[in-house]
Design a protein around this ligand. Structure first.
Ligand code: ADP
Ligand code: MG
Length: 494
């Protein structure tokens, strides 16, 4: 459901208590009339500042393509780092054998094993486990953290049975998905630039994280080595490509956002090393850092200024799950304080940064009841305010405005990547079926966001070309993707 942010909806703000008034007493606590007459101009200004008409989308797509080129030219050439993944052999479907994957990207780590059976049997069996990382290890030493992970891997490997089979005398091989900033130096080595996301482990920055893990596995007596170090977008692309040869781009829209794509080696001037056999490689754009020409509001600017990384990751702060709820919270707080949107309620909880989360705004947008009961109870439970029907309608319009801008800008970013690839290869992207593999909780759970994203892609490409561009949800493909990359980079193939 989408509540139109159009004159008819606004008219009801001005006419005051229109249809549906008074709201049911059981969901309305002690609400005095909300001052929706003065909240309406805040909403109208928000909608104007967040607008993404076709020329804005076009500008974002063009700027994304231009920034990609500049980042490929030279390191530091643009907002986009355009990191070389060293993945130049993509899964074909012929991979065979037992492979492991480890995903370290947040408060948990996931381990997975897969038995691959080649073209006919494909994935014979998979098993995975998730282990949460004790808080103290996030602040401990590098050795403590990697020993903990290696011991988790060792316990998991001990349970290898049934269809899982390691040929005698072989070492187990692992694809390592590591979602922290790394300066990759080869497919199986990468220097940690810095920990993020709450990790503050001493002694890892500046070290090769693959060596750290290999050494810990050795200390543990575990017969396993890292064959591929991969970013989660790269894992998603590889995982999706295994099933579909037309996958050329992967995008993550979750807590944060990122995208990677298949690039031609001869289109990467900054690459001086040995050429890849395939003539192609996956480039990790780190597109969250994009910032050119985005329609930003006072709320975005304040949120950025108060963030732990001001001036950085502006695209991420406009389109990704960590921030959409927070932007809405800031708008609602202004409406509460300046326009008494929630009557005389003190919006105390609404003053707490990040108290309103993206799943909350998503849930409010799904409310199709006549009197927006769900909106009322979420507002009450999460922010402590009471609301009348008119206030709830405004809240839904605010959520819709922020989700719409986010989804449409994400769509424009995707078109920017496709446009860059098309310009270098005339017809090889737009002239045939091309798949964008998509993963992440935001894309998965927010239907309005998803359809705004698709709308923008269709508007930008037109009805004919957009028929060729398939955006496909590839849920949790990155784990299998990492195991597949361990297979394509197996030491036993050379
Ligand atoms: P991560 O990005 O941390 O690897 P996910 O891909 O699972 O993890 O994405 C989690 C993010 O997805 C959350 O931070 C949230 O922003 C968003 N999300 C999760 N559930 C929902 C939901 N129901 N509606 C909208 N967004 C959601
Ligand atoms: Mg993730």
């Amino acid at each position: 459901m989408s509540v139109a942010v159009t004159p008819p909806a606004l008219r009801s703000f001005h006419s005051g208590r229109s249809a549906g008034w008074p709201p049911r007493p059981r969901v309305v606590m002690s609400v005095r009339s909300s001052n929706t007459v003065s909240a309406a101009p805040i909403l109208i200004k928000l909608q104007r500042d967040c607008a993404t008409p076709l020329p804005v989308l076009r500008h974002v797509a063009d700027a994304m393509a231009a920034d990609m080129r500049a980042g490929l030219e030279v390191d530091g050439g643009s907002d986009l780092k355009m990191i070389l993944s060293y993945v130049d052999a993509l899964p074909t479907g012929n991979e065979k054998g037992l492979f492991y994957a480890l995903d370290l990207g947040g408060t948990n780590f996931r381990v997975l094993r897969v038995q691959l059976g080649g073209k006919d049997e494909r994935v014979v069996e998979t098993e995975f486990e998730q282990v949460s990382i004790p808080q103290e290890l996030m602040f401990g030493t590098s050795e403590e953290l990697f020993d903990f992970i290696a011991s988790g891997l060792e316990k998991f490997a001990q349970k290898e049975a049934g269809n899982f089979c390691l040929p005698k005398g072989r070492t187990r091989e692992l694809g390592f998905t590591f979602s922290f900033p790394v300066k990759q130096t080869s497919i199986d080595s990468g220097i940690l630039i810095k920990w993020t996301k709450g990790f503050a482990v001493s002694g890892t920055a500046g070290k090769d994280v693959v060596a750290c893990l290999n050494e810990a596995m050795k200390r543990q007596g575990l017969n396993m080595r890292v064959s591929a170090l991969v970013n989660d977008t790269v894992g998603t692309l590889a995982g999706a490509r295994y099933w579909d040869d037309d996958v050329m781009v992967a995008v993550i829209l979750g807590t944060g956002t990122n995208a990677c794509y298949v690039e031609r080696i001869d289109a990467i001037p900054k690459l001086h090393g040995p050429n890849s056999k395939s003539g192609r490689t996956i480039v990790n754009t780190e597109w969250g850092a994009f910032s050119n020409g985005l329609p930003l509001t006072e709320f975005d600017i304040e949120m950025d200024a108060e963030s732990i990384n001001p001036g950085e990751q502006i695209f991420e702060k406009t389109i990704s799950g960590m921030y959409l709820g927070e932007i809405v919270r800031r708008v609602l707080l202004k409406m509460a304080e300046d326009a008494r949107l929630f009557g005389d309620c003190d919006p105390e909880k609404l003053r707490m940064p990040f108290s309103l989360r993206t799943p909350d705004i998503c849930a409010m947008q799904q409310d199709s009841s006549k009197d927006f009961e769900v909106v009322g109870s979420i507002l009450h439970d999460v922010t402590g305010v009471s609301s009348d029907l008119i206030a709830r309608k405004i809240v839904v319009d605010v959520c819709d405005t922020i989700a719409k801008r986010g989804g449409r800008l994400a769509g424009a970013g995707i078109v920017g990547i496709l446009q860059k690839m098309e310009d270098d290869s005339r017809g090889l992207v737009f002239g045939k079926r091309t798949v964008v593999a998509m993963d992440g909780g935001l894309y998965e759970h927010y239907p309005q966001y998803r359809s705004y994203l698709q709308d923008a892609v269709t508007e930008l490409l037109g009805p004919e070309i957009s028929k060729n561009i398939v955006i496909e949800h590839s849920k949790d493909g990155s784990g299998i993707g990492a195991a597949l990359l361990a297979a394509t980079n197996s030491m036993y193939q050379h």
